[in-house]
Design a protein around this ligand. Structure first.
Ligand code: PLV
Length: 347
């Protein structure tokens, strides 16, 4: 058999799934993200009453899953001649943009709202980008970023609402399939503007796992997805009152609502106190420090919500396993955790 014959023979042997994976790798080339570990957590499994696997996105460069989608978006923009990136952010999307921009040798401006910590602004500046502080919440910073992006050759990097972002985020599900082999009983993740949700749904559809239920967790006071689901249309929150600032988009993207109609998406709210308690417990159990945005899905596992969802019939009583996307977040230090506890009246 000649070379071509061998290739054809090989192609026939490959499953449809393998061909798709090859296509995806070719399309993405070398991304800026890492293939992250999937670890079983004894402590979380005990709390949730089901085997829990952690997809550790907190170990990505810049500390969150954001680099997957944003890295891919920026690479594509660079190919089209982008001269400068502008990103409005609660922090992590900006850090990912700064990282990708540096790798691509392109300058960037990151617009953050006034509720962003000085430590995060400093981290951004250390990445060599220009930081502008504008507006009270992310939605205000977004308007400023759009105005800046009017400049010729400048490209706005949306933190959660773009198909390329979702395609980049979807890579984490393909990795999950490679690591786990078997389908998990449910995936637990945080929702801010809905980019992570849209990416995970895209990934599930790609690997043929579209029937895996997703538990989409928000904190009360940053609950724009829950409010929209209940209303059956996009709802804009009057303000963000939760300490989980990285979940603080007043309106989710349209795609987030569509995802809820395409698969089984269960929306669950947790209290700020539960999210912060979960951060502390997780630090003790797994020696990893994450933001309240990530404390929210952790709280779902630590605080008995899984059992409640099972009792209410939203989740099967005999789940094989649960995967939690440990979305991470860089805007947290020990002092910040102590300050959050004091703010919420916790011991
Ligand atoms: N953070 C966005 C939006 O902030 C940002 O600008 O960084 N977990 C972490 C650690 C995050 O940083 C975010 C989003 C999320 C979860 C939620 O992801 P999303 O927005 O795709 O649902 C206002």
């Amino acid at each position: 058999m000649g070379d071509l014959g061998l290739q054809l023979h090989d192609m026939k042997r490959k499953t449809k799934e393998e061909c798709k994976m090859t296509a995806v790798v070719e399309r993405h080339g070398r991304g800026f993200h890492l293939v992250t570990p999937v670890l079983e957590s004894i402590a979380l499994s005990k709390a949730a009453g089901t085997r829990v696997y952690m997809k550790l996105e907190n170990v990505q460069p810049t500390g969150s899953f954001k680099i997957r989608g944003i890295g891919y978006f920026c690479q594509e923009a660079a190919k089209k001649g982008c001269k400068h990136f502008v990103c409005s952010t609660g922090g992590n999307a900006g850090l990912a943009t700064a990282y990708a921009a540096k790798k691509l040798g392109i300058s960037a401006t990151i617009v953050v709202p006034t509720n962003t910590s000085q430590a995060t602004v400093q981290k951004l500046e250390e990445q060599g980008v220009k930081v502008e502080v504008f507006g009270k919440v992310w939605d205000d910073a977004y308007i400023k970023a759009l105005a800046l992006a009017e400049t010729e050759g400048w490209v706005s990097v949306h933190p959660f609402d773009h198909p390329l972002l979702w395609e980049g985020h979807a890579t984490m599900v393909r990795e999950l399939k490679e690591s786990l082999g078997a389908k998990p009983g449910a995936i637990v993740l945080a929702v801010g503007g809905g980019g992570l949700l849209a990416g995970v749904v895209a990934g599930l559809q790609d690997v043929g796992w579209q029937d895996v239920p997703i538990v989409a967790v928000e904190t009360k006071g940053a609950d724009s997805f829950n409010a929209s689901l209940r209303a059956g249309r996009l709802v804009t929150l009057p303000q963000i009152t939760s300490v989980a600032k990285s979940l603080g988009a007043k309106t989710v993207c349209v795609r987030a609502l569509e995802c809820a109609s395409e698969g089984q998406v269960i929306s669950q709210l947790v209290e700020d106190v539960e999210a912060v308690q979960a951060i502390e417990q997780f630090l003790d159990d797994e020696r990893l420090l994450v933001e309240p945005a990530c404390g929210a899905p952790l709280a779902l596992l630590y605080t008995g919500y899984v059992q409640q969802l099972q009792q209410e019939g939203h989740l099967k009583p005999d789940l094989d396993s649960i995967v939690i996307i440990v979305c991470g977040g860089s805007s947290i230090q020990m002092a910040g955790l102590q300050a959050l506890k004091a703010q919420l009246g916790m011991k």
